[in-house]
Design a protein around this ligand. Structure first.
Ligand SMILES: Cc1ncc(C[n+]2csc(CCOP(=O)(O)OP(=O)(O)O)c2C)c(N)n1
Length: 390
């Protein structure tokens, strides 16, 4: 006996799941293909499981509900955003995790350690799990999980054992490739480069950005950047994220997939982007026109004491274009920053765009962590994005 995966897929849609993000597992193949083929929901093919969790979180911030499809081998890759984003910010995300290496079942040896640890890891994070079996009432289990998530504002997990879905059960045809309908350019545009004046500080950059875009939405990276962003107090437009280092672009991508009409900025750091360069590929392929990625490059991990990053070796603008961004520019100098912002205005709506801004190492004095609690930050931002309608 086996379970029809289409029943699970329909139950998820029936409970209001608006988007999926994931990394493939053969056990979950049907669900991934169904999500890719569906006109009702979105699928983000993530570069790593943590990115999928962050994108699903972005879907929730934009007023939807996101589910993550992944193999338990990638649970370690998901722990960071689960523990520092979903739990403290109280962002409910439904984890649908296949169970390789289930104790007592035959599987490849390398799956056993994580197979044995899977339930315990969720337990340690206080995330409730439900193991799906052949006789599970899928509608009820999904309804209960989603009701829990909405009430408690916490993630929940459904565990899918190997062999639960019959091979080829309810097969859906392979959907159009992600890139269909958007020709891959034979030639990539060259990065634009502006070089004029002395280097600005991060404070100068934020002042110039806020002056230009006082009403736009932004997700900012962990550390001093978010401290400084939150000092401006625009709680209904800015999401000053602390934790989940490297995943600000993925959160913004999740938002941009649901909220296609508004511009969504990412205020990133060089260290954070280097940690999760894969997001450039995910964003480049899905190509949200409304996403603008600003990389503030001080050449260091300033927030942890100024250790050197490897950013002098990285051409962020060229990397973004190589990954499919529509345009990318680099600014070196305060006057060049003004040119870069003019360039962004000129390119508006033709994203994804990346603006790399070199800044000096000076820091604003006396910056504190955001005054609001993480869940208050998420609430205010979500209310701003959805006009308060949840
Ligand atoms: C996964 C993870 N690893 C390490 C840290 C510690 N950490 C917090 S901020 C930061 C530096 C971020 O560097 P960058 O993105 O360049 O921004 P800057 O601090 O220079 O503004 C680090 C390493 C963390 N919070 N999370």
């Amino acid at each position: 006996m086996s379970l029809d995966p289409q029943l699970l897929f329909s139950a998820l849609l029936g409970q209001g799941v608006k988007g999926f993000a994931g990394v493939p597992c053969s056990i979950l193949n049907h669900l991934i293909l169904a999500a890719e083929a569906s006109s009702e929901v979105d699928y983000v093919a993530a570069s790593v499981e943590g990115e999928a969790v962050a994108a699903a979180s972005g879907i929730w911030l934009a007023g939807g509900l996101g589910a993550v499809l992944m193999q338990n081998s990638g649970l370690g890759n998901a722990v960071n955003p689960l523990s520092s984003l979903c739990i403290p910010y109280r962002i409910p995300v439904l984890m649908i995790v296949s169970w390789r290496g289930e104790p007592g079942k035959k599987d490849a040896i390398h799956h056993y350690p994580m197979g044995a640890a899977t339930s315990g890891l969720f337990e340690l994070l206080d995330i409730p799990t439900h193991v799906l079996r052949e006789d599970t009432d899928v509608d009820r289990v999904v309804a209960d999980a989603v009701a829990y998530m909405r009430k408690e504002r916490k993630p929940a997990a459904l565990i899918v054992p190997r062999g639960l879905f019959a091979k080829g059960a309810g097969a859906v045809g392979r959907p159009a490739p992600v890139l269909e309908g958007r020709a891959v350019p034979a030639e990539r545009p060259a990065p634009v480069r502006f070089e004029r004046g002395e280097l600005p500080s991060r404070t100068d950059l934020l002042a110039a950005w806020l002056d230009r875009y006082p009403d736009e939405f932004a997700v900012s990276t962990t550390g001093y950047m978010s401290r400084e962003v939150s000092s401006h107090g625009c709680v209904d437009r800015h999401f000053p994220m602390q934790g989940s280092m490297g995943f600000a672009p993925a959160i913004a991508l999740g938002i941009a997939r649901i909220e296609a009409r508004r511009k969504v900025f990412v205020l990133d750091g060089d260290g954070a982007l280097i940690m999760r360069l894969g997001s450039l590929a995910t964003i480049g392929a899905l190509a949200p026109k409304n996403l603008v990625h600003i990389v503030v490059d001080n050449g260091t991990y300033a927030s942890t004491g100024g250790q050197l990053s490897v950013s002098p070796h990285v051409d962020f603008a060229a990397a973004a274009l190589a990954c499919g961004y529509t345009g990318a520019a680099s600014c070196i100098g305060t006057d060049a920053l003004a040119d870069g912002l003019d360039w962004l205005d000129k390119e508006a709506g033709r994203g994804p765009l990346l603006l790399h801004v070199a800044v000096d190492e000076s820091e604003a004095e006396g910056l504190d962590r955001p005054k609001l609690s993480p869940s208050e930050i998420a609430d205010a931002f979500r209310a701003g994005l959805t006009g308060g309608a949840l």
